[in-house]
Design a protein around this ligand. Structure first.
Ligand SMILES: [Zn+2]
Length: 261
């Protein structure tokens, strides 16, 4: 728990234009700033940030709130985690009151899901460099003029066509089946068998703003497959409406255009 006086200090210190400005490029317009809304697709800016009121508001989709609310929305996090994010940004020290057992368990679970997602991203990336991945996946990226540097930066990969290649590799590396299933990387059939969620697909990891892999989008390269994209389901670490593909990379100054599904 964060002590109340620290909460007040964080709320008083956080500047809405700084906080939002970390995610989107703001342009001054009178007493406000405008940008294209990070929460819905638009070409004409209808997203306003008003420093004097400490709020943002989108006149397109209606989303509005404070700096903390913006971080919660963007980072897909709780109110306390948004406060921790802001404290870190403004170098405010938090001396936490102790967590209860349930809070500790929940954090450990989320961390386990993040770790297995990170393992999967590395697995897909390594498979892009060999055999089927190189022949099909890598050839596809190159045909789309995607350079090696971009492949590296986005962490693109290849999900092999075998039924349980990721599952087998993850289990062999010590990851629990429970977390593979709950991270949306594996699917369990009624007969109890478990298979990889993503197979024979070019893989695009989806990052949180803090840069961690939270989900994937997999594109088939087979013209006879009607499911062009398979995406991760919503999980404890991934809420679709709150995560934008490539936002982490965009924030880091990538000039590569984002893909739309
Ligand atoms: Zn909007």
């Amino acid at each position: 728990m964060i002590p109340q006086e620290t909460v007040n200090l964080i709320l008083d210190t956080a500047k809405i234009e700084d906080v939002v400005g970390d995610y989107v490029t703001l342009k001054r317009r009178g007493a406000s700033f405008v940008a294209c809304c990070p929460f819905h697709n638009e070409k004409t800016p209808s997203f306003y940030v008003t420093p004097s009121k400490g709020i943002y508001k989108c006149f397109g989709c209606g989303k509005a709130g404070s700096a903390v609310g913006f971080v919660m929305e963007q980072e897909h996090c709780s109110y306390p985690d948004a406060l921790r994010y802001l404290a870190k940004k403004y170098h405010i020290e938090i001396i936490e009151e102790e967590l209860d057992a349930e809070q500790i368990a929940s954090r450990q679970r989320k961390e386990s899901l993040l770790l297995v997602s990170e393992f999967a991203q590395k697995f897909f990336a390594s498979r892009l460099k060999e055999g089927e991945g190189r022949a099909v996946g890598y050839a596809y990226f190159r045909s789309r003029a995607i350079e090696d540097e971009t492949i590296e930066r986005f962490g693109l990969g290849w999900a092999p066509s075998g039924k349980t290649e990721l599952v087998d590799a993850a289990i062999a590396a010590g990851y629990k089946m429970e977390y593979l299933l709950d991270a949306g990387l594996a699917v369990k059939y009624e007969d109890g068998s478990v298979v990889d969620k993503f197979r024979e697909r070019a893989m695009f990891p989806i990052h949180s703003v803090s840069g961690r892999v939270v989900a994937f989008s997999g594109r088939t390269l087979r013209s006879d497959n009607p499911a062009k994209y398979v995406n991760s389901p919503e999980t404890e670490i991934f809420v679709k409406s709150r995560n934008l593909l490539g936002i982490y990379l965009a924030k880091c100054g990538s000039s590569t255009s984002s893909r739309t599904t």
